[in-house]
Write a protein that binds this ligand. Structure first.
Ligand SMILES: C[S@@+](CC[C@H](N)C(=O)[O-])C[C@H]1O[C@@H](n2cnc3c(N)ncnc32)[C@H](O)[C@@H]1O
Length: 219
C-alpha cells in the first residue's frame, strides 16, 4: 500500500497490483491533480519572462510533455486546461491504466501515450512547447548508485529536454528530493544545460520534500 506518510519506492510501488492500488486511491488522485494545477499556474510565472520574452499565453493550446504520466491523473488535468498532451511512462502496468481510461473516458481521448524512459525519449527536436512532470523526476536516477553516473545521467537528460523543447520552452517539475544536496544537483543539471529558473518549496527552510522547479530554456 502506498502510504500517505512515506515516500513511494520505485518501481515496487507502481507494478502489478500496486498499479491498481495507486490508480484507485482517491487520496493519490487528489494529490496528483492538486500538484498539477499548481504546476500549470507556475507555467505562466511572470518572473520567468524576460524583456524580450512575453511569456506563456493563457488560452493557447500548447503541446505539453507529461514526464512520468503514470495512470494519467496529471495528464487529465492538463487536457482539462486546454493543452494537447503526450504522456510518457516507463512502466507498462501504469501506462496501461492510462490507456484504459483513454478508451473509456471522453476527456482522455486526445491523450497520446508513449512507453519510454524519460532519459531516452523518442521525441523530435524542437517539437514540444512545454514540459510538466509530477512526482516522477526524482526516480530518473534509479539504479545509478555511483555519484558520477547520476550526475552524467541528469546532465544528459537535461541536455536532451533542452533539445526537444521549442525556443523559450518551460519546464515545471514537482518532485521530492531526499535532501538539499540532491535538490541542488537536480537544479544544477538544468542551469548547466541551457536553462534558467528557480525553485519553490512549501516552507523556505525546508531541505527536502515537495519542491517545484520552474525553468525556462534560454539557449
Ligand atoms: C507518482 S507516479 C505517477 C505520477 C503521475 N503524475 C500521475 O498523475 O499518475 C510516478 C511515475 O513515474 C514513472 N517513472 C519513474 N521513472 C521513470 C523514467 N525513468 N521514465 C519514465 N517514467 C518514469 C513511474 O513509472 C510512475 O508511473
Amino acid at each position: 500500500m502506498v502510504r500517505k506518510n512515506r515516500l513511494p519506492k520505485f518501481p515496487d510501488d507502481y507494478i502489478d497490483d500496486k498499479a491498481e492500488e495507486y490508480d484507485s486511491s482517491s487520496w493519490m488522485e487528489r494529490n496528483q491533480k492538486r500538484a498539477t494545477l499548481l504546476s500549470i499556474q507556475y507555467l505562466y510565472d511572470e518572473k520567468l519572462s524576460g524583456k524580450a520574452d512575453k511569456g506563456v499565453n493563457i488560452g493557447d493550446s500548447y503541446l505539453i510533455l507529461d514526464l512520468g504520466c503514470g495512470t494519467g491523473f496529471s495528464s487529465e488535468i492538463m487536457i482539462e486546461n486546454g493543452f494537447r498532451v503526450i504522456g510518457i511512462d516507463i512502466l507498462s502496468d501504469m501506462l496501461l491504466k492510462a490507456r484504459d481510461k483513454k478508451k473509456k473516458f471522453e476527456n482522455y481521448k486526445s491523450l497520446e501515450l508513449i512507453l519510454a524512459d524519460i532519459n531516452f525519449l523518442p521525441i523530435k527536436g524542437a517539437s514540444i512547447d512545454h514540459i510538466i512532470s509530477i512526482s516522477s523526476y526524482n526516480f530518473i536516477t534509479y539504479g545509478k548508485d555511483n555519484y558520477g553516473e547520476r550526475i552524467k545521467l541528469l546532465n544528459d537528460t537535461a541536455k536532451y529536454l533542452n533539445k526537444i523543447l521549442k525556443k523559450k520552452g518551460r519546464i515545471i517539475i514537482e518532485f521530492y528530493p531526499k535532501n538539499d544536496k540532491e535538490l541542488k544537483v537536480f537544479k544544477r543539471s538544468f542551469i548547466m544545460n541551457g536553462f534558467e529558473g528557480y525553485m519553490v518549496k512549501n516552507k523556505p527552510s525546508q531541505k527536502s520534500g515537495q519542491t517545484y522547479l520552474l525553468l525556462k530554456k534560454i539557449s
